[in-house]
Design a protein. Structure first.
Length: 350
């Protein structure tokens, strides 16, 4: 079963929407005056236009006056009744005002011109009910669309949280295991690694609770992560982060770049005896931010292709947040290694 038309709550119109509704109401009134003139009703277009505008705006004002009551009326029958009452009142008042505006005397309206008053009032009621029905239908459709958008947004945010929570935590356990193994043999290095690990957790956990973070904060998380692996891999790992000053405040989803760096180390550099370098570059091009994570490791062929849960999660998050406006590209780096490229729009600035 579908909901009754009037079983809805009405929102307060913003100034812009109020002006738009008034303009639309005036256009509808004008169209009614043209129609009545075309069927040779009344005393010409000018009089029909004046009377039509008076009736239309009177009904509009009566409907607006009863709008606050809708929030307290849950029964559709009561809402229908109050709309009809508003239309009746507005049509009668508008007819009287319109007749006076075109020069009819009050005494004549309720005497020799009573039939005119009755005809015009009935026409006003007819058109008023039709116009009110249209406005109510548009209101309901817009509210249903808003509810659908909010539902879809909630579902998307839930999926984003799920995807974000699936990022592989294996490096956390590996780091703790390394700290534990160093406590006896090299307490100083174990302490340094633990401090770096705490710094990474502080930045990543704080960022993970935000909807968006600045590119500068994301690079801070990436730097802390890379510092951990420098302590684990020693001279086998080198890195560089290039972040131009004009991109520091660009807003991006948190922990979007870190999985790409993790993938570069896990699948590219840790497997290589000589290790290698990770370069993170942030660029802007025609309203698009390009974040490039390039490594000099084993390359796509030795890694078995650009797969992995981490990359798929990043790709899914970009798709959910940006649609076709964002993408993740994986390609061979030159002379060796892999290059992961994120492209997202830059319209959101912190």
């Amino acid at each position: 079963m579908t909901e009754p038309l009037l079983k809805t709550e009405f929102r307060v119109l913003t100034p812009g929407k109020l002006i738009a509704s008034l303009v639309l109401n005036a256009l509808i009134n004008t169209a009614i005056a043209v129609l009545l003139t075309a069927v040779k009703f009344g005393q010409g277009f000018q009089n029909n236009l004046i009377i039509s505008q008076c009736i239309g705006f009177s009904i509009y004002g009566a409907n607006m006056a009863v709008v606050p009551l809708f929030g307290r009326m849950k029964r559709p029958a009561a809402q229908v009744a109050i709309i009809i009452a508003a239309v009746l009142f507005g049509a009668f008042v508008g007819t009287v005002l319109g007749a006076l505006a075109v020069g009819m005397k009050p005494a004549a309206l309720f005497g020799e011109r009573l039939s005119f008053l009755t005809q015009v009032t009935l026409l006003g009621i007819l058109f008023g009910v039709l116009v009110s029905y249209v406005f109510l239908s548009v209101e309901k459709i817009s509210q249903e669309r808003l509810q659908r958008i909010e539902t879809e947004k909630a579902a998307m945010e839930a999926e984003l949280r799920l995807v974000q929570s699936q990022m592989e935590p294996h490096f956390l356990f590996n780091t703790l295991a390394n700290v534990r193994s160093l406590i006896d043999s090299d307490p100083r290095r174990a302490g340094e690694m633990l401090e770096t690990f705490v710094a990474f957790l502080r930045t990543s956990l704080r960022s993970g609770r935000e909807r968006t973070v600045s590119l500068a904060k994301e690079m801070e998380t990436v730097r802390s992560y890379l510092d951990l692996f420098v302590m684990r891999m020693g001279d086998r790992l080198r890195y560089r982060i290039d972040l131009p000053a004009d991109l520091r405040d660009v807003a991006i989803p948190p922990l979007l770049v870190q999985p790409l760096v993790e993938n570069a180390i896990k699948h590219g550099l840790e497997r290589s005896v000589q290790g290698g370098e990770v370069i993170v570059q942030c660029l802007r091009n025609n309203g698009v931010v390009r974040i490039v994570v390039a490594d000099s490791g084993t390359g796509l062929q030795e890694q078995g292709g650009p797969g992995g849960v981490g990359l798929e999660n990043v790709r899914r998050r970009i798709s959910l947040l940006y649609g076709d406006a964002g993408r993740l590209v994986i390609e061979e780096n030159s002379p060796r290694g892999v290059k992961a490229i994120i492209e997202i729009p830059t319209k959101e600035i912190l």
